[in-house]
Design a protein around this ligand. Structure first.
Ligand code: HXC
Length: 260
């Protein structure tokens, strides 16, 4: 399959990669690009060879936001009746496999929100994050006010969203938005692919369950979340891989996962 706005590859065993590739517009996220991204992620979800996915942009821009030129003439009734932006959520619902965002350069507006949707966020120290929508007379529309607030707390999120000021990759790491920072784009991509490869080496059933329960923590109260985790933990005693993993430990062998 060939795409216009993204590139898709399988650079390592078990690892899929999507590279946003609309350089002339700093990877501004026009609707066709989001459509292609959704298609690629659905194919990775269905693929028997891919177990974890890395999403990146270029060194200069992860994504400079939703496409301002596309949004400028939209009316309320068009946006509402077409559920504009809703399809972005496919990213978080259709993909059960772990998604690592590798962010270099600009990650602004919808680009920042896209990065926040990933399961793990890695970035360069100089990455440029922000929610500048207020400067355009609007607000974040793809979850930024919710995910950024959960990540950095209310006061800091308010300051960022009300002033439109950007923050660096180094700050993102310090505030817990990013799991790790890297000095260069090359090191960033290598780090993301290595982590994806590590994850791809584990039981697919256990990995899917782990992602599912961590994500539940964002939606449920603590007591409900702990109970949910325990149910899924119990369920994994019904998997072959739990037996394989624990038997291998006892025998001091490397587990050969059945992914069942
Ligand atoms: C459409 C964009 C764009 C965007 C950049 N471009 N960002 N086009 N939508 N979000 C285009 C520019 O128009 C320009 O095209 C080309 O990319 C290069 O950009 P320059 O501005 O010339 O580059 P530079 O001077 O290096 O500045 C980089 C920048 C700036 C700081 C990132 O481009 C910028 O401020 N962009 C907008 C960032 C933003 O406000 N994002 C939030 C969007 S609102 P031409 O044709 O002139 O060469 C949003 C809402 C989300 O995301 C809500 C729901 C998803």
């Amino acid at each position: 399959r060939s795409y216009e706005y993204i590139e898709v590859s399988e650079p390592r065993p078990g690892v899929g990669q999507v590279t946003l590739n609309r350089p002339k517009a700093l990877n501004a996220l026009c609707s066709p690009l989001i459509g292609e991204l959704n298609t690629a992620l659905r194919e990775f979800q269905a693929s028997p060879t891919v177990a974890a996915v890395v999403l990146t942009g270029s060194e200069r821009a992860f994504a400079a936001g939703a496409d301002i030129k596309e949004m400028a003439p939209l009316t309320f009734s068009e946006a509402y009746s077409k559920s504009f932006i809703e399809s972005w959520s496919d990213l978080t619902t259709a993909l059960k496999k772990p998604l690592i965002a590798a962010v270099s350069g600009h990650a602004l507006g919808g680009g920042c929100e896209l990065a926040l949707m990933a399961d793990i966020l890695y970035c360069t120290a100089t990455a440029n994050f922000g929610q500048p929508e207020i400067k355009l007379g609007t607000i974040p529309g793809a979850g930024g006010s919710q995910r950024l607030t959960r990540a950095v707390g209310k006061s800091k999120a308010m300051e960022l969203i009300l002033t439109g000021k950007s923050f660096t990759g180094e700050e993102a790491e310090r505030w817990g938005v990013a799991a790790r920072v890297f000095p260069t784009y090359e090191a960033l991509l290598e780090g993301a692919l290595k982590t994806a490869e590590t994850i791809a080496g584990y039981s697919k059933v256990a990995v899917q369950a782990a992602k599912e329960v961590v994500n539940k923590s964002q939606d449920l109260a603590l007591r409900d979340g702990v109970e949910y985790e325990r149910r899924v933990f119990h369920a994994l005693f019904g998997s072959q891989d739990q037996k394989i993993g624990m038997k291998a430990f006892a025998e001091k062998k490397k587990p050969e996962w059945s992914h069942q």
